[in-house]
Design a binder for this molecule. Structure first.
Ligand SMILES: *[C@@H]1O[C@H](CO)[C@@H](O)[C@H](O)[C@H]1NC(C)=O
Length: 492
């Protein structure tokens, strides 16, 4: 019977990137089918109703920067603490319904397509959320470049490159080759913008002075190496007129450079992460080796830098806010943070500390709790814009009747403040950098394609581990190259 819905979500304050209002939502066959003023759906036949009781209802989070199940690619010994299964479980418990993880190309592997196939094969065994992959390019080569059209056919429209890390760092000419092929095939290039040569040089200077503790990780990564590489990445993308996204921007001078490029009309996009809004370099300066828990790259900055990053989120400099979840266990001497310790170096050597922190579950609650973004802006940077930029919109990141998947996060109407503890989280990590933070909100329900997959008060994670689906992505729906047609060297 037509009038039967699978699920009604009533009495919520519905927030999208466009507006906020009191609506009821009707869901059928995994899709949003109707949005109507509160009360107007009462009495319709439905299999199930959720009363949001005045809490916010938003499109489910889209986290477009999540490292799961990756081998040691970065020189250190660390391997990811979280698998696709544990990372996606953690995601849904934090209101995120879609993850774009990485399919890493290993050094000896010339094919990008194989990297994708391998990641897909592993992911199909267990994924709580919906997902896609960015290809993580570690080697420049003709075979990889020739596979861009095939990647598009497989529903992949983004890849990531590095300007740092010995094992991954590309030369500028190699970056140009990738940008040119990416432009031709409608692929968005994500750039890790730090100057790897300067970073290594700084690291050697510190080590020559016997400075090994975790806090020197921050010293070795000054703002300047981020702003220099950001500027260079923008110039390389300007030469090709190819869209780029600068990942995990932490330094206000880099944000300023990005802003100026955007003001000139270049298709330059930027991402920041909660660690650059909440953590500081003092978090790396704890007795012994504890500071290693907050070692990530770029490192957390000064408290005084946070305001500029929040401002950049509010004023559109930052297109998206992702977690850059890249978790390593702390108490693991083989594959975790403590692999950087040896009898000779009791406080470790900062250069060997696996880089990265967990955050896929805490991303939405931390930023929503802070109360510094309007509901619309919050939805825009955590869900709608990542969906637009990476070709998932409007299937994801929106609540368009008949079009969007019924992916929702429903918050509490109000909550008694509580202290965040790692034991509350669903990742496979033995710490959170945000231990003891006071929280005043948390996702109450997470709904993926019409199914409740997280119900905080009744069973927690109730989704099935094989429910998540691979989502084929199209092109970015944000502005691309400014010029039409093929790139032409004679135009210079
Ligand atoms: C927007 O934010 C960026 C990043 O903090 C900053 O550099 C820029 O000056 C801001 N622009 C305006 C118009 O406020």
């Amino acid at each position: 019977m037509d009038a039967t819905y699978d699920l009604l979500v009533v009495n919520g304050i519905v927030a999208t990137a466009a507006d906020v209002g009191s609506y009821d939502i009707a869901i059928k066959d995994g899709k949003i089918v109707l949005l109507a003023p509160t009360g107007s759906l009462a009495g319709l036949a439905t299999k199930k109703t959720i009363d949001a009781q005045g809490g916010y209802v938003m499109p489910g989070g889209v986290d477009a920067h999540v490292h799961l199940e990756e081998p040691a690619l970065f020189g250190g010994k660390g391997t990811s603490a979280d698998t696709f299964e544990s990372g996606s479980r953690s995601a849904i418990a934090g209101g995120t319904t879609t993850i774009v993880a990485f399919a890493p190309q290993e050094k000896h592997e010339p094919s990008l397509l194989n990297a994708l196939k391998q990641a897909q094969a592993r992911a199909s065994k267990a994924f709580y959320s919906d997902y896609s992959f960015h290809i993580l390019v570690s080697t420049h080569g003709q075979q990889g470049l020739s596979e861009f059209p095939a990647l598009r056919e497989e529903g992949i429209s983004s890849l990531k490159i590095y300007m740092t890390y010995e094992a991954l760092q590309l030369r500028d000419s190699e970056i140009l080759d990738i940008l040119l092929a990416a432009r031709t095939h409608g692929i968005t290039t994500m750039v890790h913008a730090e100057n790897g040569d300067v970073l290594n040089w700084m690291t050697n200077q510190l080590e020559a002075n016997q400075l090994f503790a975790p806090k020197y990780h921050a010293t070795s990564h000054p703002h300047l190496i981020e702003s220099e590489a950001t500027n260079r990445a923008i110039i390389l993308s300007e030469i090709i007129d190819a869209p780029i996204l600068i990942v995990h921007v932490s330094a206000p001078p880099a944000a300023k450079t990005i802003r100026e490029a955007q003001t000139r009309g270049l298709p330059v996009y930027a991402e920041t992460c909660p660690q650059y809004l909440f953590l500081t370099r003092e978090d790396l300066d704890h007795p012994g080796f504890e500071g290693a828990k907050c070692v990530c790259s770029p490192p957390p900055r000064q408290k005084t830098d946070h305001d500029a990053i929040w401002n950049g989120l509010r004023n559109n400099t930052f297109t998206i806010l992702s977690s850059d979840h890249c978790a390593f266990r702390y108490n693991d001497e083989e594959r975790g943070k403590r692999s950087a310790i040896s009898p000779e170096y009791p406080v470790g050597r900062f250069k060997y500390i696996p880089n990265g922190i967990p955050g896929v579950e805490t991303r939405l609650p931390l930023v929503w709790n802070a109360g510094k973004l309007s509901p619309q802006k919050f939805v825009e940077v955590t869900s709608t814009n990542p969906a637009r930029l990476y070709g998932l919109y409007p299937q994801k990141g929106a609540l368009l009747p008949g079009v969007s998947d019924a992916d929702l996060v429903i918050w509490y109407p109000s909550m008694s403040p509580f202290q965040l503890k790692n034991e509350m989280l669903h990742h496979n990590v033995d710490y959170t950098p945000y231990e003891g933070y006071t929280m005043t909100q948390w996702p109450r329900y997470t709904i993926l394609r019409g199914q409740v997959v997280y119900d905080r008060d009744n069973g927690g994670v109730v989704g099935e581990k094989t429910y998540g689906k691979f989502v084929k992505r199209g092109s970015s729906s944000l502005p691309g190259p400014r010029s039409e047609g093929a790139w032409n060297v004679e135009a210079f």
